[in-house]
Every structure is written in C-alpha cells, then in structure tokens.
Design a protein around this ligand. Structure first.
Ligand code: HEC
Ligand code: HEC
Length: 290
C-alpha cells in the first residue's frame, strides 16, 4: 500500500486501492453531509426526549412535553360535538324566520342539510334535488304543497300518499274510463297549450273542446287557470316543470291512467331538528333552478 501516492492528473492523494489500473482518490466526505448527519441525529435525540417515542412492552416513553394524541383527538371530538350542540339547539329553538335571518346559522344548516339530503332524499330527488321522472324537482320554486319551510317540514314529517296516519293524500284520478277518446285527446292537447307548447293546426282545432272538458273535469283540483291547488297537492300545469313529463304521450298517460306519487313519512326516521334543517335546506334550493 503506497499511501503517499499522488494522482498525476488531479494532484490529489490516493487511498492506495487499485483495480485494474484504476486508483481511488482520497476525497474526504463533504462537510455538508456530515453536518446534516449530525443535525438530524441531534433532532432525533431531542425529539425522543420530548415526544412519546419508544415502546417499552406495556407502556412507552411518554416524552417530556407529555403530549398524548389520543387525548388531543378526544378533546377535538368533544369540542366539535359541543359546537354542534350549540347550533343544533339554536335551530331547535328558533323560528324558521329567525334561522333564515341568521347567516352564520344558515351556513351550518346548509352544510348539514346537504349531508342529510344526500343520505336520505337524493335516492329519489337527486343529489341536487332536481328530481327525475316521477320524482319532483325541488329546485324550481314550483311546489305541489307549498315551499315555505313550515309547509315543507310538514310534508317531510307526514309524507305523501304514505302509510302514516297523518299523511298528505293526493291523487290524479284516472280518466280513461270517465272520458271518451275524443275528450281525452282534446283535454290532453289543452294541457299542452297551458304551458305554451307549440301545437300543430289540427291540435289547435281541439283547444275549445279541450277547454270545456278541462273546465268540467279538471279545475276542481288544478284550478280555473290550471295553476294547481296547493291545499290538494295538485300541480301547476302552466309551467315547464313536470313530474311525469310534459310531452304529449306522458300527459296522455297521466290523464288516462292517473298518478299517485308516494313520498315516505320521515317522522319516525329523522329527529325534529333534522327535519327542520332539511326543510330549510329544501326551501333554499329554489332559485337554484333547473
Ligand atoms: C322513495 C322516494 C322518495 C324519497 C326517499 C324522498 N322523497 Fe320526497 N317525494 C317523493 C315523491 C314521489 C314526491 C311527490 C309525490 C307526489 O307526486 O305527490 C315527493 C315530494 C316531496 C316534497 C313535496 C314537494 C312539493 O312540491 O310540495 C318534498 C318537500 C319532499 N319530497 C322532500 C323530501 C325530502 C326532504 C326527503 C328526504 C328526507 C325526501 N323527499 C325523500 C319521493 C321521495
Ligand atoms: C282529484 C283532483 C284532480 C283532478 C280532478 C284532476 N287532477 Fe290532475 N293531478 C292531480 C294531482 C294530485 C296530481 C299530482 C299526482 C302526483 O304527483 O302524485 C295531478 C297530476 C296531473 C298531471 C301530471 C303533471 C306532471 O307534472 O307530470 C297532469 C297532466 C294532470 N294532472 C292533468 C289533469 C287533467 C287533464 C285533468 C282533468 C281531465 C285532471 N288532471 C284532473 C289531481 C287532480
């Protein structure tokens, strides 16, 4: 081993190791590496001393700071629950108008309402409440029973055509055996005209007769002007919102076979506060539009 040997090109000392004529330069480890090695080792030792670190069979080194993450999490959960209780209590005790006038409270209501709606209502009404065939869109501002939070809460509580004793009841009668074919075609065409749909000349000719049938058979529930009656849960036929469809075939089917949608009662499944939150949430959907 020739320790003193110098590399002729770089002029640096070699370690004396040699492989097939290739010699290793004696380059020291860079200081920065040593520095970080020392710094991280020091950090690790200090951290072991301060924080919970080493397992010791049944227990562990607790650390000088005495931090216990289980307690930290438990405390956070307790704080969150306390925070929730504060606002749920306010929702439970305040009137709908008071809650709606409190922006901070409404933020909680909307957050929690969205979750409750997703868990319980979205299967039928869609995640944004926009409904689908057979399930009403709750975001149009056009309501079967009324769109104030009080009325919506009652709808949610008792359901529609459901099994609860207090359920709201509404039925679109089947006119298939009450009216003849002509009358059915005429009144269905008249219904299409109510929402301003374009009609062919042959259809326009049916309108006067259709209007007569409507006046005789339909106004009791849908109103003189066809705008519906909320105390009967009968829909407005003059707007573009349809539960079952506004095309000629769907309207004809509604009149021929009748309709009776079912909305479950939630009284036994949701707390009064949850129903209140959902009613405020559903009421806030209107204006979100279609
Ligand atoms: C099993 C399906 C189903 C579920 C689940 C459901 N609904 Fe309904 N809901 C309906 C149907 C169907 C109607 C319309 C009934 C009718 O045609 O008369 C309706 C009607 C309503 C109405 C009346 C709308 C109006 O125009 O007056 C409201 C409000 C409502 N639902 C809210 C909710 C809320 C809130 C939930 C969740 C707690 C919910 N629904 C869950 C099927 C459902
Ligand atoms: C006894 C009350 C009642 C009478 C009478 C009645 N309707 Fe209805 N109608 C309803 C109710 C309630 C609904 C909603 C049914 C549901 O969603 O469950 C409805 C729904 C409809 C729909 C479906 C609306 C949609 O959004 O899809 C059409 C169309 C309709 N009625 C047309 C008529 C016509 C035409 C007549 C007369 C020939 C008539 N109705 C008579 C109560 C009535």
């Amino acid at each position: 081993m020739d320790h003193a040997k110098r590399d002729p090109i770089s002029g640096q000392l070699t370690t004396g190791h040699e492989w097939n004529g290739i010699e290793e330069l004696d380059t020291p480890i860079p200081r920065v590496v040593l520095f970080f090695l020392a710094a991280t080792t020091l950090f690790a030792v200090i951290y072991w001393l301060l924080m919970p670190a080493w397992p010791l069979g049944w227990t562990y080194t607790k650390g000088l700071l005495g931090i216990n993450q289980r307690e930290v999490v438990t405390q956070q959960v307790r704080d969150a629950a306390a925070g929730r209780t504060i606002w749920t209590n306010r929702v439970a005790n305040a009137s709908y108008a008071e809650i709606a006038a409190d922006p901070a409270l409404m933020t909680h209501v909307r957050d929690s309402g969205r979750t409750l709606f997703g868990d319980n209502c979205a299967v039928c009404h869609g995640s944004e409440g926009k409904g689908g065939p057979g399930f009403p869109n709750l975001a149009t501002g056009s309501w079967l029973w009324g769109g104030s939070p009080e009325v919506i809460a009652e709808t949610i509580r008792v359901g529609i055509n459901g099994t609860s004793k207090q359920t709201r009841a509404a039925q679109m009668i089947a006119f298939g055996s009450v009216l003849d074919r002509e009358q059915l075609s005429n009144v269905a065409t008249f219904v299409l005209s109510l929402s301003g749909q374009k009609l062919a000349a042959t259809e326009l000719a049916r309108l006067p007769a259709g209007k007569e049938v409507f006046a005789a058979s339909c106004v009791a529930c849908h109103g003189q002007d066809g705008k519906g009656k909320q105390d009967l849960g009968a829909p407005d036929l003059t707007d573009a919102n349809w539960i079952y469809g506004g095309d000629p075939q769907s309207v004809m089917n509604s009149v021929l076979y009748g309709r009776q949608g079912q909305m479950p009662s939630w009284e036994s499944r949701l707390s009064p506060t949850d129903i209140k939150v959902l009613a405020l949430y559903a009421a806030s959907l209107q204006g979100a539009g279609r």
